[in-house]
Design a protein around this ligand. Structure first.
Ligand code: C5P
Length: 220
């Protein structure tokens, strides 16, 4: 099972949402299922890669044949990514929460005692941007994702430049596409060579095609 074009390559994949605690029983989250990141980890392992799969609390089970690191918060995901490096490539498919509580309460907020809560936020670290900007120990190939609702290619290309990643897998998540929460995806791969529009296909097929492209890049 470890045979294939990615044999001997170590690849980090982040996936799923993060949960940011408000108090011991409540949290802020998003609707990421983890389906696309899970499919990518599975496809990379199928090509022989040693995959470290850092996942938030996803709806779908983690794939077999990968090293699974389970986290809850963005900060934990960031720490787990650091612990997983170095890697030959890193794919950041997680839907990391942009914000956490400035100060999570260590006891349950109570209606009777605390009244209406006012939530104060702090910004989470941008894990992809941090890793892509590394001057030492940067993975040779850093891949980010961009979910956009308009001007997909322009916005994703700007994101690629800002975050300094090598590739951006951009998808159009405007409601009319039905992609959010669905089983299909329509993506544009943005690299230094420009924008390549892939036909609409299942998330598993997107994952296999991306894994093959990664294998090509790491061998070339
Ligand atoms: O800026 P935006 O959230 O649209 O960027 C999405 C890309 O950045 C994804 O690849 C996501 O995994 C990554 N990201 C991250 N850490 C964050 C926010 C986004 O790694 N705090």
């Amino acid at each position: 099972l470890t045979d294939g074009p990615l044999r001997g390559k170590r690849i980090l994949v982040t996936s799923g949402p993060t949960h940011e605690p408000i108090d011991p029983v409540r949290y802020i989250a998003n609707r990421s299922s983890g389906a696309q990141g899970t499919a990518i980890a599975r496809a990379l392992a199928a090509l022989g890669a040693e995959v470290v799969f850092v996942t938030g609390p996803a709806d779908v089970p983690a794939p077999d044949g990968v090293q699974v690191v389970r986290v809850q918060t963005a900060q934990q995901m960031s720490d787990a990514v650091d612990a997983a490096l170095p890697a030959d490539a890193a794919v950041f498919a997680a839907a990391v929460a942009d914000w956490r509580m400035a100060q999570a309460s260590d006891r349950k907020l109570k209606k009777s005692r605390d009244g209406l809560p006012v939530l104060e936020f702090a910004e989470n670290p941008d894990i992809l941007a941090r890793v892509a900007h590394m001057t030492e120990g940067r993975p040779g190939l850093v891949v980010g994702f961009a979910a956009e609702t308009d001007d997909v290619i322009e916005n994703a290309a700007a994101k690629r430049a800002r975050k300094q990643c090598d590739w951006i897998v951009a998808n159009d998540v405007s409601p009319a596409t039905g992609i959010m929460g669905g089983t299909e995806n329509a993506v544009v791969l943005i690299s230094a060579e420009g924008a390549e529009t892939w036909p609409r296909m299942g998330k598993d097929a997107v994952a296999r095609r991306l894994a093959e492209r990664i294998a090509g890049a790491l061998s070339g």
